[in-house]
Design a protein around this ligand. Sequence first.
Ligand code: FPP
Length: 241
Amino acid sequence: MVKQIRQTDGPRHIAIIMDGNGRWATQRGRPRLFGHHAGAKRVREIVEACPDLGVKYVTIFAFSTENWKRTQTEVTGIMNLFRRYITQEAQALLKENVRVRFIGDRLRLDKKLIKLMAELEDMTSPCTGVNLTIAINYGGRDEVARATKRLAQEVRDGHLDPEDVNEETLTRFLDTHVLPDPDLVIRTSGEARISNFLLWQSAYAEYEFVDTLWPDFSAQELAKLVTSYGKRERRFGRVLA
Ligand code: FPP
């Protein structure tokens, strides 16, 4: 069924807000971190499903600039999970020809994690399959603020004329500058919010909010959403005849 989808009809770039790990764990009487571990395992299945669905880019929201407000135990647990994920998944990602990138402000992250992230980016840089982008300490507003700061420095240093600043110029300073805009944004767990994810980039994206908690989200459900996306008419502000 998946293979019948014509690639031109499908989303090229899918962004996912992986929500519901905590509730999934609580429903099972387990600590929230148990849910995050289950959530991390889902990532592989979803990424591996992408080539058959014609999806070339997948961007996942793993930790937001607001998530630091969680308990110290949860934050430390999630950071340890990222380190473990990178170490354990690196070979599988390479074998699957997945190119990994990270977006978000790295400055606040642990040095060891920053090093692992950079190594995984380097290691997978020759990969030509799916582009997996993982957002860690990412916030859409923070990204635009950081981009604006760098842009202002270019102006101050005489490398950029304020007259030349437009949407395209600002886009070049964003963390996502090498990625196309997302076509489809999916949020799991029944919440209908975008929570500061890819605000600038998702201006014309289609949205899907599904009730499934992230650790239960499957490749089959993704395939259904991709099919349903193919039936939508994207107008980008135009009126189509
Ligand atoms: C949202 O669920 C999930 C997070 C804030 C953390 C996301 C992390 C993962 C899915 C695992 C790690 C991913 C990688 C790439 C290793 P929640 O805690 O907000 O759930 P709740 O709304 O039910 O409380």
